[in-house]
Design a protein around this ligand. Structure first.
Ligand SMILES: C[S@@+](CC[C@H](N)C(=O)[O-])C[C@H]1O[C@@H](n2cnc3c(N)ncnc32)[C@H](O)[C@@H]1O
Length: 335
């Protein structure tokens, strides 16, 4: 099977591998399987999945979520040929249980998360995700991007974080979520600069980070010095790790026997979170090692299908540099 999904703004990562996993033999034997795409984006993966099932005479149903109203509108347009099969919701994926009553609480035969931002989001300067483009410091994936800085009811934007967080918080977020070795210098520069005037836009922030880097590091850096800092702030503002943990804690209750859970991550902390949760699902006892007799009553509920994560091929990375850091892990709920 050769499948491709390239929208004007976004190329779907590890597409063949995801479709292959979700079109398991068990799922091909279900009459009207249900799938959940928690990070619908432009619906590249989901549309291909529905098309591939259609080719073998199966009408699959899709529950698609995205917290970004613009992405959802684009996905809806891309999925128009599958109208009645698609149920799309503007929601963060950690809150998926809120929408299930609207579709009669199906058990899902397959679930997909393709984390991070889409190229559509990166390309729009007003969203403030990119240091390449001058835009307001926002970085909200949800409607919060429409807000002006700290307006209620939406919570933190990149602007409020960069201009309000104390030195230690800035340093910790940039170090942990950005895995940035120069986090201390960057946090110090941000705190110094904002004393002169608030840091207003992506260009100002990118310049501050650039000049905070020691000149030798700057000269040898493979990417723009602001890459990791922008990633850290985006992950913080959107609580991306919190979302993933909350989702993993609840999803298995909504997966059908033999159902597939496929997750693409782009960050080592996300990958570790998925790896650990899958391991927990696949283990009978999760008591700490020092406890001699099992007291947890935990039972194995799933099997891990990827001992090591699936990585994109060299060809895919050449065609789509964004795929470079992608890792796909797949688990299957026990029958
Ligand atoms: C990498 S894109 C998905 C691309 C999609 N798989 C495709 O092939 O078109 C990630 C999408 O997930 C959305 N997203 C990220 N975190 C989310 C969350 N916690 N809840 C819901 N949507 C989220 C983003 O708004 C973005 O549209």
């Amino acid at each position: 099977m050769t499948v491709t999904a390239q929208n004007a703004n976004h190329i779907s990562v590890l597409l063949q591998e995801v479709i292959h996993a979700l079109m398991s033999d068990e799922n091909k034997a279900v009459q009207n399987p249900w799938f959940m795409d928690g990070t619908l984006g432009l619906a590249g993966h989901s549309k291909t999945l529905l098309q591939e099932f259609q080719k073998i005479g199966i009408k699959a149903n899709l529950c698609g979520l995205d917290r970004d109203p613009d992405a959802l509108a684009r996905a809806s347009e891309n999925l128009k040929d599958f109208g009645g099969q698609c149920h799309l919701f503007e929601s963060d994926y950690a809150s998926f249980e809120n929408v299930l009553p609207e579709i009669q609480n199906p058990l899902f035969n397959g679930v997909l998360l393709d984390l991070g931002v889409s190229s559509l989001q990166l390309d729009v300067a007003e969203r403030g995700f990119s240091y390449h483009k001058e835009g307001p410091l926002n970085m909200r994936m949800d409607k919060g991007y429409l807000q002006k800085r700290e307006a209620k009811p939406y919570s933190e934007t990149a602007y409020s974080f960069v201009n309000k967080a104390d030195f230690n918080t800035l340093k910790q977020v940039i170090a942990e979520l950005g895995e940035e070795p120069q986090a201390g210098r960057i946090a110090r520069s941000i705190v110094d600069k904002r004393q002169e005037k608030p840091i207003e836009n992506t260009k100002e922030l990118a310049d501050i980070v650039y000049y905070a880097y020691p000149p030798k590091w700057r000269a040898t850096a493979r990417n723009h010095p602001a890459t990791r800092t922008f990633q850290a702030i985006r992950m913080y503002v959107n609580d991306e790790l919190g979302q993933l943990n909350k989702f993993l804690d609840r999803i298995l209750d909504h997966v059908a026997p033999n159902g597939i859970i496929a997750i693409i991550t782009f960050h080592s902390l996300e990958d570790r979170t998925v790896k650990q949760k899958f391991k927990e699902w696949a283990t009978d006892c999760i008591c700490p090692a020092h406890i001699p007799v099992c007291v947890c009553n935990h039972k194995k509920t799933a099997e891990v299908l990827t001992k090591k994560p699936i990585l994109p091929s060299k060809e895919e990375c050449m065609l789509n540099p964004r795929a470079g850091s992608a890792k796909l892990r797949i688990a299957k709920k026990l029958g």
